[in-house]
Design a protein around this ligand. Structure first.
Ligand code: PRX
Length: 657
């Protein structure tokens, strides 16, 4: 395939002559894009199954499917009877096509003194083969779950690929999550092997990981722990249980036959926050996931084989699964993995990486962009960012200021911003503008991807008029990568996603509105899920963590808008008798949250209150607390059991509503 474009500094967008801050693809971009004719939307709408079947032909199947889609309530299936392997599609097929010497992974360690590493497709395939064989030698078989608790090092991608190769569903746990969070996920998934590392660099500090992993193991079914040596420091070791990655892979053959997976075989489990305290194990199967991730990566970012794709998400999140690992690799491009933080050694680090590796696609979260704004314009200006072609945004609504800054300062007014709406549950992007089609408009994600049916409905499930707010729902045929269940909890799966509008309507839990052209603007969650710095978190999770502190008798957590992080948790804590409110106690409560969930869940404020508003049946009225911390009207409180507490709370939070 010939690749046009990708030349430094090409103008990829042009402004709309009539509408301020609207942009369209330039002729150069239209010519370079996989898709530039908007008719694709209508064609796909007329026959979504034919559309997806055509996209599925873009990847390699060991056996073709016999039926494209099966519309069973709660048991929809894609590419029925088809057989394939995610790792084969990520690696072997490029090597077999003579593209084995192309770069697959670029790894930037955090310390500038350490050289970066690259791996070609051939090298990555060999490393994955060795590790897949080593996992088999440890007794891992098709269907066995494997926990992965790794920082952003190449072995994180190798481990996921090796699991996919042998058909062992991985469950990746974010390395900054606590031992308790890891344990919950290992117990729920029944993982028998855990892959971790001795540590990693974070803001110039060596962070230990192994002690946390060890602490998580009691009570789980994990019998073997594979440890990657990243740092080389002394670590606790259990000779019966622990093995070094470099030792078990040494001498293993590089060849490992990819397991032919049924399209509906489980590919992986990824835990995410629901409205309760306990995270849910979102199940993704192989065929539909592969097809949607492959197609969206290719079309959203207009990937061609000389692209350098830098998605800043951690592999612990779905964005890292789909757009650091599987999506870019299935498309045969170079995927960049960065170990550290964007502010180390200084605020220009991300732009230094873009310049150094001539990154063409940069995909990040609005919260990161807002941090860059705070750090100042001089940082992106110091570097040559002319290699950039497409800028992506994900994880939360992008505000106009962040969009414009990203567009001007990072993209040099040349690059389209592809604001992708999706969820852990959808596995791949679902709503966005396509680079060759547009329009690119601040705060507006775009149209549902071709072949995806999204609507905005009111509380009774009726479609709302253009411009009116409502709930975003997905309708059959459901997106190929949509989750197939919650691990071990079919009832919860039905109730959570199909409880509101019935078995034929998947409820995203997001509020949104659509303009006359069909472009969707997603405004945010309508349930008790917060989006803190792009990380999904239930208020109930933070409540559960705080409630475990011995001083806490009752606790309510609500979210509050935050300039940088989008939203932050705020906690109202009622103390048990004998405990005094103090700054030290606040610190101790924060430590409890760190220990039970991780620092991402820390409340930004903790208020020690005498009481919290409750209904007559004793339920905490979080709506009132939310209004108080946001300075909004509190509304009707006459039905409260204790309306008098609202005045005290107003004083406590300094309410100016
Ligand atoms: O509220 C939506 C928001 O993030 C939620 C999904 O979070 P999670 O499962 O962690 O996945 C994040 C990465 C895919 C959604 O329900 N969200 C995600 N992308 C956008 C968004 N909100 C607005 N615009 C987006 N582009």
């Amino acid at each position: 395939m010939a690749t046009k474009g990708n030349k430094d500094g090409v103008q990829w967008v042009v402004p709309d002559p009539k509408r301020e801050n609207w942009y369209w693809p330039s002729d150069a971009l239209r010519q370079h894009a996989w898709v530039s004719d908007p008719k694709i939307y209508d064609q796909a709408k007329a026959d979504p199954l034919a559309f997806w079947a055509k996209q599925a032909e873009g990847i390699t199947w060991f056996q073709k499917w016999s039926k494209v889609y099966e519309d069973e309530p709660f048991a929809y299936k894609w590419f029925v009877g088809g057989k394939l392997n995610l790792s084969y599609n990520s690696l072997d097929r490029h090597v077999e096509a003579g593209r084995g010497d192309r770069v697959a992974l670029i790894w930037e360690p955090e310390p500038l003194s350490e050289p970066h590493r690259t791996m070609t497709y051939k090298q990555l395939l060999e490393e994955v083969g060795r590790f897949a064989n080593a996992l088999k030698a440890l007794g891992v078989r098709k269907g066995d779950r494997v926990g992965i608790y790794l920082p952003m090092i190449p072995e994180a991608v190798v481990a996921m690929q090796a699991c996919a190769r042998i058909g062992a569903p991985h469950t990746v746990v974010f390395s900054a999550f606590s031992a308790e969070s890891l344990r919950d996920r290992l117990v729920d998934s029944g993982a028998k092997v855990l892959i971790t590392a001795d540590g990693y660099w974070r803001r110039g500090k060596a962070i230990d990981l192994k002690p946390q992993a060890d602490q998580a193991l009691p009570g789980t079914q994990v019998s073997k722990v594979v440890v990657v040596r990243r740092m080389g420091q002394e670590i606790p070791w259990d000779a019966q249980r622990d093995v070094w990655y470099h030792e078990i892979t040494k001498g293993q053959p590089t060849e490992c036959k990819p397991e032919p997976m049924d399209a509906e075989d489980l590919a992986f489990i990824l835990y995410t926050s629901g409205t309760t305290g306990k995270p849910k194990g979102v199940m993704h199967t192989t065929g539909g996931y592969a097809v949607q991730v492959y197609t969206t990566a290719k079309w959203d970012f207009n990937l061609h084989e000389d692209d350098v794709h830098f998605c800043t998400a951690d592999v612990g999140w779905i964005t890292g699964h789909s757009y650091v690992n599987y999506g870019p690799l299935m498309n045969g491009v170079a995927s960049l993995v960065y170990e550290g933080t964007p502010d180390f050694p200084d605020f220009g680090r991300m732009w230094q990486i873009v310049e150094k590796h001539k990154v063409t696609v940069y995909y990040t979260a609005p919260t990161a962009i807002r941090m860059h704004i705070k750090w100042g314009d001089e940082w992106p200006k110091k570097y040559n960012l002319n290699s950039l072609r497409v800028l992506g945004s994900v994880g939360e609504p992008i505000n106009e200021e962040a969009w414009l800054w990203y567009f001007h300062l990072v993209g040099g007014k040349r690059c389209p911003i592809i604001d992708t709406w999706w969820q852990t549950e959808t596995g791949a992007t679902c709503v966005q503008a396509l680079p060759g089609v547009g329009p690119f408009v601040p705060t507006v994600a775009g149209r549902p991807f071709p072949g995806i049916r999204a609507r905005i409905v009111d509380a009774s499930g009726q479609p709302v008029k253009a411009g009116e707010g409502g709930y975003l729902v997905l309708e059959p045929p459901f997106p190929p990568a949509l989750l197939r269940g919650l691990y071990g909890d079919p009832e919860k799966f039905r109730a959570t996603y199909f409880g509101e509008f019935g078995p034929k309507v998947y409820f995203t839990k997001d509020g949104s509105r659509m303009d006359e052209m069909g472009n969707i603007r997603v405004t945010g969650r309508v349930d008790d899920v917060m989006n803190v710095a792009g990380h999904r978190l239930a208020t109930a999770e933070v409540e559960d963590a705080l409630a475990q502190h011995p001083a806490v008798s009752e606790v309510a957590v609500v979210s509050k808008p935050d300039e940088i992080k989008g939203e932050v948790p705020v906690a109202f804590v009622l103390l048990k008798k004998g405990f005094q409110a103090s700054e030290d106690l606040k610190k101790d409560l924060i430590k409890t949250v760190d220990k039970i969930i991780g620092p991402t869940a820390r409340p930004s404020s903790i208020y020690f209150s005498e009481d919290v508003p409750k209904t007559r049946s004793g339920k905490i009225m979080r709506r009132v607390l939310k209004a108080l911390v946001r300075g909004e009207a509190v509304g009707d409180i006459t039905t409260l059991r204790n309306p008098e507490c609202v005045e005290d709370l107003k004083r406590l939070v300094g309410y100016k509503g």
